[in-house]
Design a protein. Sequence first.
Length: 410
Amino acid sequence: MNDAHHLSGQRFFAVINAGSSSLKYSLFAETDDGRLERKTDGGIEGIGSDKPYFIAYDDDKYKMDEHRWTTCEPLETLLAFLIEWIENFLAPNHLSAVGHRMLHGGTLYDEPIIVTPEILENLRTLVPLAPLHQPRILKVIDTLAARYPGLCQIVCFDTSFHKTNPPISRLYGLPQSLTDKGLQRYGFHGLSFEYVSMELKHIDMHAAMGKTIIAHLGSGASMCAMVGGKSVASTMGFSALDGLVMGTRCGQLDPGVILYLLQYENMNAHDLETLLYQESGLLGVSGISNDVRDLMASDDPAAKTALELFVYRVVRETGSLAAACGGLDAFVFTAGIGERSPEIRAAICEQLDWLGLELDERANRLGELKISTDTSPVSIWILPTFEELMIARHGARLSAQYERERQKKA
Ligand code: ADP
């Protein structure tokens, strides 16, 4: 499936995001001037249920196709349906590469890579670092490799952007023998931070190259401190549980709480995993919802408490990240909550006025690009993230390399 695009000249890249019960895709086309444009996106929801459901949108977000199954279908069948749908959409062109987002590169990988059988085996050794996420993605890669042996597959790691963190910031106060086994801080949401930091360079060089915090506030949430465009610290550590309070994840937690739960609440590792990943955060604190919109609309005092805690944790972590940077020049909001909730942004900025964040309330309400006053010592921005595009860009670069190597061998 790799050859026909040479005839047409145009290259196409699919990005596949394998979630716990979904397979999302985005399809990008390379333009004559080397940009990537999204042509369609969508995916299959309800994997594992007896009603999987496929939906596809065009680049204006209009529904262009859908399909329902009435029985539980194996992942292999659904993935084959998805790839065939993409191939039909592209015909007579073909996919140049498929890109995957992988949570953890561990200490093995700090750059996007082309998947080879050897790399695939190495990636399997990283499963214990992200047991909920990594196996799903590996299964998708395996299935595609078996069905389409010539297909170029690329893996991008959410940890890579933080490879520039100084060694001291990576250490936990644990014995060296455990650090050597990989028990250290990594940081996540790297593809989002990489994309936003690149965009910032087109918009404001001072913000892009100064001391800057990017707050990725979505259902998963973390913040990254950058100096000179490079990550120096982040709120997430060994796993994507640390740092901020998230939709259903707890965020920063005293390890003594884990010991207590093990010893006195009779919890085992599986119970803890469910509690900390799926039952905590905004959902756990409010008892109502993991969605900020629901909590905003609720009169229940627990909803208010959950939102207050979310803001409080962002503010506390900002102080810590500003210390890691040695000051602060710019603050960027991104992802679902960061991009779309003027109330949360206002509450955060209000509690950070001591650090020099002066919000322009009108610009914030309107969701403008720059939302700080002209005299604000720290500039404040809203920049939509686009992790899929970042993966497609890596895919375009690496698949060109893959083609060159293939032709050399031929
Ligand atoms: P992810 O990609 O991690 O699933 P997103 O970045 O899409 O998450 O963010 C999803 C979250 O954004 C939702 O759970 C919701 O809390 C929040 N959100 C989305 N739209 C709004 C809005 N208009 N106002 C407030 N919060 C919003």
